[in-house]
Design a protein around this ligand. Structure first.
Ligand SMILES: Cc1cc2nc3c(=O)[nH]c(=O)nc-3n(C[C@H](O)[C@H](O)[C@H](O)COP(=O)(O)O)c2cc1C
Length: 208
């Protein structure tokens, strides 16, 4: 593995649980592949602009205006980072049952027909095969089992977004019940760190 793309999206600053876990994953990946390069995107601090009427042709259409061309250039840059990555580590907190708008905006730039997916007679096809994604999902509550499971629009959505562009080797690391007090939060972080350690040792699905 030579390239790691790190995409954080928490808006909660350095105390962010997902950032702690994402960093844990990156350090473990670097230990396994010491020469790997790491590219960071911090969408909570430096968001990509949401698409607007004035810019959408940069990702869906033929860009002509300065604003559309700038959008196309940013989309090209973000896609190049993703394409070059062997491993993608995503910090995805649950905000209002789904993902932060900053992360959604990033996906709006990287899901591009002809670049990361194509349409064929048999339906859409992802073009970014052969990558691994480690997705850290932090949640104030408890959604992996029990009645709130039905309200988890975070994990199925992320799985669909990534697999749509061909990234199907995805491991989700849960950090749940963060809002249940400091002790529960610490325990969740410890369990998640252990999972990260296991995940990094696993062979890539494509190579298995
Ligand atoms: C805007 C916002 C919306 C949130 N919505 C939910 C939610 O729907 N369900 C939940 O369990 N926690 C929710 N939370 C709590 C976060 O998931 C929790 O604080 C988690 O730690 C955030 O991850 P982070 O520490 O990496 O930022 C929300 C937090 C924020 C800031």
């Amino acid at each position: 593995m030579t390239n790691i793309l790190v995409v954080n999206s928490s808006v909660l600053g350095d105390g962010s649980a997902s950032k702690i876990l994402v960093e844990e994953a990156v350090q473990r990946l670097l230990k396994a592949s010491p020469g790997a390069t790491v590219i960071h995107r911090d969408l909570g601090n430096e968001p990509v602009p949401h698409l607007t009427t004035a810019t959408v042709a940069g990702v869906r259409g033929v860009p002509a205006t300065d604003a559309e061309l700038a959008t196309r250039a940013l989309s090209d840059e973000l896609i190049a980072e993703l394409r070059a990555a062997d491993a993608v580590v995503i910090g995805a907190p649950m905000y209002n049952f789904s993902i932060p708008t900053g992360l959604k905006a990033w996906f709006d730039y990287v899901l591009r027909a002809g670049e990361t997916f194509s349409y064929s007679e048999s339906g859409p096809q992802g073009l970014l095969a052969g990558k691994r994604a480690i997705v850290v999902e932090t949640r104030g509550g408890h959604y992996s089992e029990g009645p709130a499971r039905a309200f988890d629009f975070q994990e199925p959505y992320l799985r669909q977004l990534l697999s749509f562009i061909g990234i199907t080797d995805i491991v989700f690391v849960h950090v749940e019940k963060i809002a249940f007090g400091a002790e529960v939060r610490e325990a969740a972080l410890t369990t998640a760190k252990a999972k990260v350690a296991t995940v990094v040792k696993q062979p890539y699905a494509d190579a298995a």
